[in-house]
Structures are given as structure tokens and as C-alpha cells.
Design a protein around this ligand. Structure first.
Ligand code: PLP
Length: 406
């Protein structure tokens, strides 16, 4: 009998975020054990609710949005995205340069599939949002990881980027604000990256899905605004800022100089039409959503849930002997460092698994984000403070006696 294996194209795809820890969590769930899930940036299960009027608008639009749209998206959505690009000083974006997608996820994969051939390299941050590395790999390319430096507020290490550029490098991925670190990159760093892209003819892939989730009065700069002479693809969406991750709505815009990327754009147009179009009812709320900033902003200031939860988790984790964490400036993730000597940790996935089994809390080990050393993990701080208190207490208790390999 014929045995069906997964495609060999998937063999090198490393997506540890779904590995044995997740399998164990599912087993525990099936056995009726209540597991606290601090592993995924999905606001809805934690009592965050999308703005009521946004939901009402989408449901009102259902009959009008039964059919396919243009493969790049509804005109109303793309006009609103074009306006948003102008607001962010992203230069030279026309309606034709905008593609809507079933979440940013679909467009990340599409952008890599349209560009890469075997042997091509793309610079991807470490730690990364792992879909980037997976998408480069599945598209036949090689993800070359550059380091983000914890000692420098998790900013990209420019010298490391320089060392890793080769004649085969086609692009560089910048995740800003960052998942998993919560970093927000200053303009000076972005300008240095643009300079490198300019000098080496690289396309910049800017994942800015968290640009409306910035705290402490800081401002997000779109890297595309600093690079009118480069090709920059900027990714954004409503999953996080408008708490509608399940509706699957995102977009990408191609900005700057496109004279050398006509062939690539042809490829993107082909891939975009192959999937016909993205979710049309969800596209229909892009325009009103982008005019609705207040609801999100309320969460990000003192008294707001994301702000207060960040304050709590940052202090609580740093108070645990053996853990240190840089304060996140944006999004809703924190990426603490573990003192591996103190706990004899050699395997961060095992650490996550041991913690899950004993304390019934699920987080993702640093390796899931292509972080090489076994000394970090990521917590999603979306649960209310009451739950975060429980999580921090269980972590403190667990670490008071944990030693790996004993
Ligand atoms: N990019 C980053 C950095 C993310 O953290 C996520 C989701 O967590 C995505 C992209 C994908 O978002 P979506 O597909 O929901 O738009």
C-alpha cells in the first residue's frame, strides 16, 4: 500500500512553536486538565473584545460581500490603506501596490514564495516571529539569522547584520515593534539598516503588525518612510490592534523605488490572483477600523489593560531569582532570560515541558523563535493581572527547586 509522507519541502521547516510542548498541552487538555495558555498572541480568549461597532459593521456588510473581490482587495480597503501609508510617511504607494491578505501570515508566505529560488538568502532576526523563517525555508531559500541584542534593548545588532550579508542575500526582515521581545526600534537603528539595504540592493520586509500597540508615549517609525530609494514591503493588519485575529485581515504595501522589482511584483500579482482574494467581509471593515484608534489607545496608557499587565509582569518576573527581563515597549510579549547556570538548563524546550507538566502553564521556549541558546522563553501577557499573579507565583515556586537533569 502506498504511504503518504509530508512533502519533502517541509523537511527543513522548523516551527518548534508547535512541537512536543504543544502536544503535551493538548494531551493535558484532552485529559481534562486546565492549562493556562501564555503561548499565543490571541487576545479574544482573555476577555479582550473587538469594538462592537466594528463587528456590527461587518455583519451589516455580509450580504454585500458575498462574492470575490479584486484579488488585491476591495477598493475601499485599499484607499484606506493608501491613506494610512501616507499618514506613516510611507512613500510612493499607489492603490496598485497594496494587497490585502487572510492575515499578515498569508502575505508573509506569499512575499517569500514570489521572490526566492534555491540558495537565495534572507536575513531574519533572532529571535524572530517563526513564520518568517518557515516561509523563507518553504520557499526554497535560506534564512540567515542576525542577532537582536538584549543588552541594547533588543535592537538589531548592525555589525552582525553586516557580517551576514552575502552575494546571495536578497532581503532583510525587520519586525518592529517586535514579537517576541516587545522592542521598538529607534530611528537611528532603522536608518543604519536602510543604509545597508541601499548599499547591498536588498528588499526590506517590514513586519509592522504591532505599530498601533506602542506604549510610554513613544512613536513608531515605519522603516519605509526612511527608504524612498529602496523597495520596502510593509506588512500590517487588524488581528492585534483591533482584536479580531479570527477574522483574518491584513495587508502589505510595496513602497519606494520599484524599477528593479518589476519581475518580482509580477510574481506577487500571480500568487495573489491564484488565491482569488482574501476574506471580503473582513476587508470591508479595514477603512472604518483605521479611523478608530481610541479603543486601542485606551489599552496602552496607565489604567489600560495592556499597559497595567505589562507593568505587572515586568516587575513580577524580574523579582524571581534567576530571571531577568527587558521591559517591553510595545505589543504584549515579554522575553525573559533564565540564568541557565543556576538551574543547569541545557534544553529550553525541556524547561517549558517540565513547567507545563508541573504547573499547568504553557509558554514557548526561546528556541521556538530561532534563539540559539537555551536561556530565554516568551510569555504572552494578555491574561488579566489576577491570572498573571497566579502564573508568576507558580513560576517562582517552580524555579525555587528546579534543576535540569537531576
Ligand atoms: N507578524 C507578527 C510579528 C506576529 O506576531 C503575527 C501574529 O502573531 C503575525 C505577523 C501574523 O498575524 P496575522 O496573520 O493574524 O495578521
Amino acid at each position: 500500500m502506498r504511504v503518504f509522507e509530508k512533502s519533502s519541502k517541509l523537511n527543513n521547516v522548523c516551527y518548534d512553536i508547535r512541537g512536543p510542548v504543544m502536544d503535551e498541552a493538548n494531551r493535558m487538555r484532552d485529559a481534562g486538565i486546565d492549562v493556562m495558555k501564555l503561548n499565543i498572541g490571541n487576545p479574544a480568549p482573555f476577555g479582550f473584545e473587538a469594538p462592537d461597532n466594528l463587528i456590527a459593521m461587518m455583519s451589516d456588510n455580509l450580504t454585500e460581500t458575498e462574492g470575490y473581490s479584486d484579488s488585491k482587495g476591495l477598493m475601499s480597503a485599499r484607499i484606506a490603506i493608501e491613506k494610512y501609508c501616507k499618514k506613516k510617511n510611507i512613500p510612493n504607494v499607489t492603490i496598485d501596490d497594496i494587497y490585502t491578505g487572510n492575515g499578515v501570515s498569508e502575505l508573509i508566505t506569499m512575499s517569500m514564495q514570489g521572490l526566492l529560488d534555491y540558495g537565495d538568502e534572507v536575513l531574519v532576526p533572532a529571535p524572530d516571529y517563526p513564520l518568517w523563517t518557515a516561509s523563507v525555508t518553504i520557499s526554497g531559500g535560506t534564512a540567515v539569522h542576525y542577532v537582536c541584542d538584549e543588552k541594547a534593548e533588543w535592537n538589531p545588532d548592525i555589525d552582525d547584520i553586516k557580517k551576514k550579508i552575502s552575494p546571495r542575500t536578497k532581503g532583510i526582515v525587520i519586525i518592529n515593534p517586535n514579537n517576541p521581545t516587545g522592542a521598538l526600534y529607534p530611528k537611528e537603528i532603522l536608518m543604519e539598516i536602510v543604509e545597508l539595504a541601499r548599499k547591498n540592493d536588498l528588499i526590506i520586509f517590514a513586519d509592522e503588525i504591532y505599530d498601533r500597540l506602542v506604549m510610554d508615549g513613544l512613536e513608531h517609525t515605519s522603516i519605509a518612510s526612511l527608504a524612498p530609494d529602496c523597495t520596502v514591503i510593509t506588512f500590517n493588519g487588524l488581528s492585534k490592534s483591533h482584536l479580531i485575529a479570527g477574522y483574518r485581515v491584513g495587508w502589505m504595501s510595496i513602497s519606494g523605488d520599484k524599477t528593479n522589482t518589476k519581475g518580482y511584483i509580477e510574481g506577487l500579482n500571480l500568487l495573489s490572483s491564484m488565491r482569488l482574494c482574501s476574506n471580503v467581509p473582513a476587508q470591508s471593515v479595514i477603512a472604518p477600523a483605521l479611523e478608530m484608534e481610541e479603543e486601542t489607545n485606551k489599552l496602552l496608557v496607565p489604567g489600560g489593560r495592556i499597559y497595567e499587565q505589562r507593568e505587572f509582569i515586568y516587575k513580577a518576573l524580574n523579582d524571581i531569582p534567576g530571571l531577568t527581563a527587558v521591559k517591553p515597549k510595545a505589543a504584549f510579549y515579554i522575553f525573559p532570560k533564565i540564568d541557565t547556570d543556576k538551574f543547569n538548563i541545557k534544553d529550553d524546550e525541556l524547561f517549558a515541558l517540565d513547567f507545563l507538566k508541573e504547573k499547568h502553564i504553557l509558554f514557548t521556549h526561546g528556541g521556538g523563535f530561532h534563539w540559539e541558546k537555551p536561556d530565554h522563553f516568551r510569555l504572552v501577557y494578555l491574561p488579566e493581572i489576577k491570572q498573571l499573579e497566579v502564573a508568576a507565583a507558580r513560576m517562582a515556586d517552580f524555579l525555587s527547586s528546579y534543576k535540569q537533569g537531576e
